[in-house]
Design a protein around this ligand. Structure first.
Ligand code: 5GP
Length: 189
């Protein structure tokens, strides 16, 4: 039986188990370590959602790294994107000449990633890559570039492993998908 959690009357069903996430994080860290061998990249976590993925990922790396964080406005308490991205916390690190790896929890429309690229590219990094644990393949705007993807998922709203709903449930160990409410087609006589 799939695990279920309820938040504010909404039901969420387990989509990606803790075991699959752990295996995927190790695999991503291995690939990034191999691709960045001989360099000391700066990993930039996007607050708040990526903190859990971020801390698991960097501890699986076999290369040295530095870290920093950016905070963008997100969904607020809603389940769909507002379409607006605002910067709430700037970078503190020196970007010029460095290898930058942006760490996202999820790419939905791709607006945030496009915003981040436009923020970082003018600061002349040596390279700029993006890793995301989750990727909503049907929602992403054409042209959004992601270098490393954990799981491609449907466009449903998800929570857990850093992702919230009204700021709650970030501490779930696996990822859960919102279950659609059954549509009532009429009253049975
Ligand atoms: P985008 O700019 O790609 O549309 O959205 C990226 C951000 O929106 C993510 O970093 C995350 O904060 C939020 N987001 C997108 N999809 C979901 C989702 O299914 N669940 C939650 N909790 N946040 C999401």
């Amino acid at each position: 039986m799939a695990k279920v959690v309820s938040v504010n009357g909404d039901r969420f069903v387990e989509l990606i188990t803790e075991r699959r996430i752990k295996a995927k994080v190790k695999q991503l860290a291995r690939r990034i370590s191999r691709d960045c061998r001989g360099t000391v990249p700066v990993f930039i976590g996007i607050l708040n959602g990526s903190v859990i993925f971020f801390s698991d990922l960097i501890r699986e790396l076999t290369i040295d790294c530095e870290i920093d964080f950016l905070k963008l406005s997100s969904y607020g308490d809603a389940k769909i994107s507002t379409g607006n991205v605002r910067l709430l916390k700037e970078l503190n690190c020196q970007v010029e000449g460095r290898d930058i790896i942006v760490v996202e929890d999820i790419v939905d429309t791709g607006l945030s990633i496009d915003y981040i690229r436009h923020l970082i590219e003018p600061q002349n990094p040596r390279s700029l890559r993006v890793v995301t644990l989750l990727y909503k393949k049907d929602a992403v705007r054409p042209g959004t570039k992601v270098d490393y993807t954990g799981f491609s998922i449907p466009s449903d709203f998800v929570i857990g492993y850093g992702l919230d709903y009204t700021q709650r449930k970030r501490n779930l160990k696996s990822v859960y998908r919102l279950q659609a409410k059954p549509v009532r087609t009429g009253t049975r006589m």
